[in-house]
Every structure is written in structure tokens, then in C-alpha cells.
Ligand binder design. Structure first.
Ligand code: FES
Length: 140
């Protein structure tokens, strides 16, 4: 039903994958075949789209995902210390979700002037420091 509502055609692969991830938080491996069949492309082509766009997940994410920017402007203002601190706090960084919080590193959130930048859910956070990261990890 979710996929059928998006119509057919190869150009629907991306919207279908986005819809699945928006609904379930990730794209289950079995969904690759369903998407391929729905738009009449190979599973390999759907897999190719999923792996090209790094935002797609193949496993259920942690309850809270903190996306830390690691691009140049944020590097210049200390994002690596935040990545190190997250690891020191025991948070999985760029790995399979384990626990209630995970950190994913990304490359530019479009908030370069207010780096280090992070995205927590839909909320963009700027000027993130170590105390701010600790509060985000703690759920504050
Ligand atoms: S470089 Fe970090 S938000 Fe652009």
C-alpha cells in the first residue's frame, strides 16, 4: 500500500526508499525486492541507490540519533573533539545501533557558520560544545 501509493517507474525508487525509511526508520532487506518488483528494476539497482545515499539505514536506528558534522568548517572549530567525546561516553559512532543513543558523522549540515553543528532528529544544533554534547547524549 505504501509503495503502491507512489506509482511506478524507475524514478520512484528513491521516493519509495525514503517513504519506507520515514515509516519504519530503516529499509529492511526484504523491502529491496519489493521496491524492485514495484518499479520493474533489478534488486541490484535498488541496492545501488541505497548504498549511494548514505542516509539510508538497513537496521533500526537508536532511539536518538545525533548527527555530528565532520566537514571542514566544523573541523576547524573542534568537531573532532566531539566525536572523541561521544566515543569516550560509550556511544556508538558510525556503527550499528546499540543502546538508546548513537552518533552518525555527516559531512556538512549547511550550518557551517555556527559549527560545530549537529542534527538531533529534526533539530539543528549550532555551536555545540562538549557540555552540549554530553547533555544531548544524556537526553537533556
Ligand atoms: S561544515 Fe559543518 S555544517 Fe557545514
Amino acid at each position: 500500500m505504501l509503495l503502491a501509493g507512489l506509482g511506478g517507474g524507475q524514478d520512484k525508487v528513491l521516493p519509495m526508499l525514503q517513504a519506507l525509511q520515514a515509516r519504519y526508520g530503516y529499509v529492511h532487506a526484504e523491502a529491496v525486492g519489493l521496491v524492485a518488483a514495484a518499479v520493474n528494476v533489478s534488486r541490484a539497482e535498488v541496492h545501488g541507490v541505497m548504498t549511494f545515499y548514505h542516509d539510508f539505514r538497513t537496521e533500526l536506528p537508536a532511539a536518538r540519533v545525533i548527527r555530528l558534522c565532520r566537514a571542514e568548517a566544523c573541523q576547524a572549530v573542534g568537531c573532532e573533539a566531539l566525536v572523541d567525546e561521544a566515543a569516550r561516553l560509550g556511544v556508538v559512532v558510525d556503527g550499528p545501533a546499540a543502546g538508546s543513543v548513537s552518533v552518525e558523522t555527516v559531512y556538512c549540515l549547511g550550518n557551517c557558520a555556527l559549527g560545530p553543528a549537529a542534527l538531533v532528529g529534526e533539530e539543528l544544533v549550532g555551536l555545540l560544545d562538549l557540555d552540549g554534547l554530553r547533555a544531548l547524549v544524556a537526553g537533556a
